[in-house]
Write a protein that binds this ligand. Structure first.
Ligand SMILES: NC(=O)c1ccc[n+]([C@@H]2O[C@H](COP(=O)([O-])OP(=O)(O)OC[C@H]3O[C@@H](n4cnc5c(N)ncnc54)[C@H](OP(=O)(O)O)[C@@H]3O)[C@@H](O)[C@H]2O)c1
Length: 263
């Protein structure tokens, strides 16, 4: 996707995968710079650590205290977070939703759930409900975002009965756990919650869609997976690195080709 974007702009660049173990990020940065990297994306488990390692960060990184996109220049490292904007772009493309009117349930308050909860709380939605398998994480997040939130934020415990009750009064469920990465994972929501009129945004993506997406669609829910978010966070990253408008259709085409299906 990124290399297709560079090609479409006539920029000679490579986008490589580099795996760095959890504790070795700080030590790896001089080597990345020496190897000639002018920027990078970083993902699990490095986004928060990368934020701390940047010499400067923009408002998106500050908002989530994480960085998934970095520009490396003679001035040092500048960090950005394109996840929340990428998610909003994907939502806008699919649904044309006014988020302010939505009652939203976020399943999972790890990296991506936290980032989206912070954005939604700041932006304001009709109601924001947080659930996390380990409950203290959801409670901590609520406490953190409450002082500046424009939304009413509540926390529910991670159990099937709560999900059944809550989804009756929910417009949009954001699935932000890692469940669904493996086809043998349990569903994050009980099957009975999936109904016509419910929108589901599963941040996870698989070539054959996650079990949640497949089942939700078969039950009449309007369900979309994380491939659109992946595209749009990447589109925003490329625009940051190059300072130019990203060639979205070339990037989309490459991503869809790799995924083996349309978004
Ligand atoms: N589409 C995109 O562009 C995009 C971008 C970023 C992330 N993602 C997706 O989002 C997923 C989460 O990423 P992350 O960075 O937020 O990871 P993370 O920080 O490790 O958080 C993982 C979350 O999943 C929960 N979880 C894990 N196993 C579970 C289980 N068996 N039952 C219930 N909850 C479980 C964790 O709960 P505990 O706190 O209790 O452990 C935590 O809330 C990734 O797998 C990735 O596919 C997609």
């Amino acid at each position: 996707m990124q290399e297709a974007g560079f090609r479409a702009l006539g920029i000679q660049a490579e986008y490589l995968r580099v795996e760095i173990p959890g504790q070795e990020l700080a030590g790896a940065i001089p080597a990345l710079r020496q190897a000639g990297f002018q920027g990078w994306n970083c993902t699990l488990p490095h986004k928060e650590a990368m934020f701390a390692l940047c010499d400067a960060v923009d408002a998106t990184a500050k908002e989530s205290t994480s960085a998934n996109t970095v520009v490396a220049s003679k001035n040092g490292l500048r960090g950005y977070s394109t996840d929340a904007d990428g998610w909003e772009d994907a939502v806008a493309e699919r649904w044309k939703l006014n988020l302010a009117t939505q009652r939203i349930l976020i399943l999972g308050c790890g990296g991506v759930g936290r980032t989206l909860a912070i954005r939604l709380a700041q932006k304001g939605c009709r109601g924001l409900i947080l659930a996390n398998r380990s409950p203290e994480k959801a409670a901590r997040l609520r406490k953190e975002i409450l002082p500046t939130a424009k939304s009413i934020i509540s926390v529910i415990d991670w159990n099937q009965e709560n999900f059944k009750k809550t989804t009756l009064e929910t417009d949009l469920v954001i699935q932000a756990t890692s469940l669904g990465l493996s086809p043998t994972d349990p569903l994050p929501l009980p099957e009975g919650c999936l109904r016509t009129g419910l929108r589901i945004f599963d941040t996870v993506y698989r070539k054959d869609f996650t079990p949640l997406i497949r089942l939700a669609r078969s039950r009449g829910a309007d369900a979309v997976d994380g491939l659109g978010m992946l595209l749009h966070q990447g589109v925003r990253a490329l625009a940051i690195w190059t300072g130019r408008a990203a060639p979205v259709s070339a990037m989309r085409q490459a991503l869809e080709k790799e995924a083996g299906r349309p978004l």
